[in-house]
Design a protein around this ligand. Structure first.
Ligand code: 7MF
Ligand code: ZN
Length: 886
């Protein structure tokens, strides 16, 4: 294997050292021009009294250096040392002013890190290490400084010029240029720096904070999107109010700005006072955005806003602590969505995502702890483990200390560490200090990777009325760690009697039964028995209610036990979960029946449960839609070794068609009823739930292979006044062959070709088609004028969706999907390493497939690895994937 030019270096948490130089103030001056931007940076620097060296080392990449001055004196070329990554100035004074002038080329920046050109916009993305592509600087989060930013440019071309903080001054020059100066009084690390310039529409609003200060709110978008700002603005106000009420957090600048950008590597970025969003994560109108989009926008606007405290006021000491801000902030955005919409639906969606994505990561070659011990490229560690498992870990802390204790803990954390760059350990300590709960063992969740497995054994003694529950835990080895110590696992549990009623929960040795129907047990040892007394009849345990810990439950439960829980559990999450497990059992049964060539049949017990779910469709339509969703092919693949892609697909289709035919009358009636209730589009939990159930019914009806249903689907598309119903119809059509499907796709494009967000949906719908010629179509789409490899949303819409969410085609027997992905990654890596590396993620679980497929994937990985000049991003992932196969 050929390595990249220089083999990328690994960074270790254990090597953390305080910075040698600290910065009090940063003055940045930008002379903007897409081809050639001049940056003058003036830093007031002082030596860190806690460290030794007198060499001042600054990070900098892809910069043209014009000049360096110390205290006004121009340095000669021999007074500093430059590499492709650093600038070293030796023997500097204890305290000095440093002026550095650099030139950068935003128009050539296809990596979209640092300052870049997007359409007719100039904008920045600095997290994690993008600031070093703007100027030389100690680009690490534990160097916090007060920034003042002056921007100058031609007034006609760049009427809007934004940076962090409050607007301080502005003026015009005589030559048609103008300038603005922004000042951010809150010390911050360089990764939170932002600048935006361009000709943008602005929608304004205001919010009065809990102490009565008025904050100006502004959303900046392309002029053609002026009608798509309302939802984000509303979400922002909801988030501001929610954070005051729930965490006591008030906003701290005079203005809060959001900018929508078309080319963006991620979802959004929390730059202080100037959040920058991927346009797809902020713009919405009923005609162009689905319920899902509305929902995601609300939660991302919340997420970025919540970072103002969890991330900005209190930030990370180093990037190993990334989950300090991300895990906590994801928990906060999940709570926010839960409070504003349906708590059960939110929890189900979060757990679904965790299990299908994070469990796979934890079981694969890139497995890493919530606080990793090392990395090559930090951009590769913005993972579902850091985010989603990180959120679960903070959520478990909340479960253990209780809601009130948690609030005391976070209050102390924010107060104690305001203005500091700290560690996950500091966070846990603050909660401990506020609650006096010992979380020593709990800290292992931060340092040990892998998904623990909790096995369950039960025993009921009828004579003594004693129920004993024996829980044991193991955790599989991960590439970095062979042995694991037991975790502190909070297990929420209830007991149900034969009629499905809650039973009193009295642990042996305690005087009284618990006040609630659910208690939280602390599993801290490898094996532990919990004994309940006064249990009058043999109970059915409802374990891990609300998914109280990110573990796999290894409980042998019969289909009838699952059906019982599905029907009776008072915990709606566990009702859904029992249903999912029942689906999985049935589907795995179908897969093995296929192998034995036995005739396929759907077990009666599942049919019965679906029947009763459909019977109370109108009590909780959102939950019913969730109960009716069959586990994904990818998730099923993870439950099977080796995964049989084709059998899983066929089993799932068979199940869906069988249920569709059996309950055609019900699906039809519910569809009809909900469709007639339709009123003008509004985004709220109620209407969303109804549309979701309606479209679930439609998808079953389409699975019944009845041409009448296709007409129904086309009619829905024709009548739709919103993108939710239109797109639901279109994706069902795209799974079909024939002129009707082709016509629907063509008509959709013709109607929406002017709208980037909608065109991306059009691309995705085709990339996800079950039709066997989908790869061919995908290749055709990549030649379509609407597609650009330089646009991350386009790449994700086509390549990402095809490779991750179309398993039957991506894993085609001939290996064409694998060869395709390898080719695209090689092209992408030259343009945008972060996006390329993310797409590689589609190979994460490569070892779960059969030998033939493994061999073909390995060939694809070797093809990538043998390329010259790979980015560290792709290099790290491809090497780790290949190493797992050795
Ligand atoms: C909700 O975390 C949840 C996660 C980094 C970029 C946004 O605020 C962020 C940024 C990545 C992956 C996921 C998210 C973000 C990033 C994200 C957004 C909304 N600090 Br990379
Ligand atoms: Zn975040």
């Amino acid at each position: 294997m050929t390595s990249p030019v220089t083999t990328p270096k690994e960074t270790f948490l254990a090597d953390y050292k305080q910075p040698d130089f600290l910065i009090d103030n940063v003055n940045l001056h930008f002379d903007l021009d897409p081809q050639h931007t001049k940056v003058i940076s003036t830093l007031s620097v002082h030596k860190n009294p806690n460290t030794e060296t007198a060499d001042c080392v600054l990070d900098g990449e892809q910069l043209e250096l014009v000049s360096v001055k110390i205290n006004g004196r121009l340095l000669q070329g021999n007074e500093y040392l430059r590499t492709d990554k650093q600038l070293l100035i030796s023997a500097v004074p204890e305290q000095f002013d440093l002026e550095i002038v650099t030139i950068i080329h935003p128009d050539k920046n296809t990596a979209l890190e640092g300052l870049y050109y997007s359409g007719s916009l100039l904008c920045t993305q600095c997290e994690a290490e993008g600031f070093r592509r703007i100027t030389y600087y100690p680009d690490r989060p534990d160097v916090m400084a007060v920034f003042t930013v002056t921007i100058a440019a031609d007034k006609a071309a760049w009427p809007i010029m934004l940076a962090n903080g409050n607007l301080a001054e502005q003026g015009v020059f005589e030559d048609g240029r103008h300038w603005v100066r922004w000042h951010d009084p809150h010390p911050k690390p360089s990764y939170l720096f932002a600048l935006v310039a361009g000709d943008l529409y602005v929608q304004q609003d205001s919010f009065t904070t809990m102490s009565g200060r008025e904050v100006k709110l502004e959303i900046f978008v392309d002029h053609e999107n002026s009608h798509k700002c309302d939802h984000a603005l509303m979400s922002l106000k909801q988030a501001m109010l929610w954070d005051e009420k729930t965490y006591g957090r008030e906003y701290d600048l005079d203005v809060f700005m959001i900018v929508a950008v078309n080319d963006f590597n991620m979802g959004a970025m929390e730059n202080k006072g100037l959040n920058i969003f991927n346009a797809a994560c902020v713009l919405a109108s009923p005609e162009t955005a689905t319920d899902n989009d509305y929902y995601t926008i609300q939660s991302i606007v919340g997420h970025e806003y919540f970072h103002n405290w969890s991330g900005n006021r209190v930030t990370c000491r180093d990037w190993f602590q990334l989950s300090l801000k991300e895990g906590f902030t994801v928990l906060r955005d999940q709570q926010f969505s839960s409070d504003l919409n349906s708590a059960a639906v939110q929890r189900i969606a979060d757990v679904n995502q965790l299990r299908s994505m994070q469990f796979a990561e934890d079981a694969g070659p890139m497995a890493h702890p919530v606080r990793p011990a090392s990395f090559i490229e930090i951009s590769n560690f913005y993972t579902v483990t850091i985010y989603e498992k990180g959120a679960e870990v903070v959520g478990m802390i909340k479960t253990i200390v209780g809601a009130e204790g948690f609030r005391k803990g976070t209050d102390l954390y924010f107060k104690r560490h305001d203005g500091q760059a700290v560690t996950t350990d500091d966070f846990v300590t603050a909660i401990e200090d506020a609650t006096k709960v010992d979380l020593t063992q709990f800290r292992r969740w931060y340092s040990q990777a892998g998904t623990p497995v909790v096995a369950v054994k039960t025993h009921y003694d009828h004579a003594k009325e004693v129920f004993s529950l024996t829980l044991s835990q193991t955790c599989p080895a991960t590439p970095d760690q062979a042995e694991k110590q037991p975790f502190h696992i909070p297990v929420a549990l209830g007991l149900l009697d034969a009629d499905g009623n809650a039973m009193p929960l009295q642990l042996k040795g305690e005087n009284l039964a618990a006040l609630s129907n659910t208690i939280v047990l602390s599993l801290t040892e490898a094996e532990q028995t919990f004994t309940f007394v006064n249990v009058e009849s043999s109970p059915v345990p409802s374990l891990l209610r609300g998914f109280s810990a990110p573990v796999r439950l290894d409980a042998i439960r019969t289909s009838s036990e699952l059906a019982f829980l599905m029907a009776n559990d008072s915990d709606s999450f566990n009702r859904w979960d029992a249903g999912q497990q029942l689906f999985i059992n049935v589907l795995l049964g179908l897969v093995s029946a296929m192998k034995k060539d036995v005739e396929l049949a759907v077990p009666h017990i599942l049919v019965e449960q679906i029947e009763s779910v459909l019977e109370d469709a109108d009590t909780d339509p959102a939950l019913v839609a969730k109960m009716l969703s069959i586990p994904s092919e990818n998730y099923l693949a993870a439950q099977m070794q080796p995964a049989d892609v084709d059998a899983i697909h066929r089993a799932r289709e068979f199940l869906k068609t069988t249920l569709a035919k059996k309950f055609k009358k019900q699906f039809s009636a519910i569809y009809q009823y909900l469709n007639e209730q339709k009123k003008a589009y509004a985004f709220n939990a109620d209407d969303m739930a109804k549309r979701s159930l309606k479209n679930t019914c439609l998808s079953f009806l389409m699975a019944s292979n009845d041409p009448m249903q296709t007409q129904r689907c086309l009619k829905q598309m024709k009548d739709a006044d919103n993108m939710t119903d239109l797109l639901a119809g279109l994706s069902l059509m795209a799974d079909q062959k024939g002129p009707e499907a082709e016509h629907a796709l063509r008509a959709f494009y013709e109607q929406w070709q002017h709208d980037r967000q909608v065109v991306d949906k059009w691309l995705t719908v085709q990339a996800l088609s079950k039709q066997s010629d989908t790869l061919l179509r995908v290749k055709g789409l990549m030649k379509h004028p609407a597609f650009s490899m330089k646009n991350p949303n386009n790449v994700r819409a086509v390549i990402g969706q095809f490779c991750r969410n179309n398993p039957i085609n991506f894993h085609a027997k001939d290996g064409s999907g694998y060869a395709f992905l390898a080719e695209q990654i090689i092209v992408l890596d030259k343009l945008n390493p972060q996006v390329a590396s993310r797409q590689l993620g589609a190979f994460n679980s490569w070892q779960q497939y059969d030998a033939d497929r493994q061999a073909m994937i390995k060939k694809a990985l070797n093809n990538i690895a043998s390329q010259k000049g790979l980015s560290p991003d792709v290099y790290e992932v491809v090497t780790k994937y290949l190493a797992a196969g050795e």
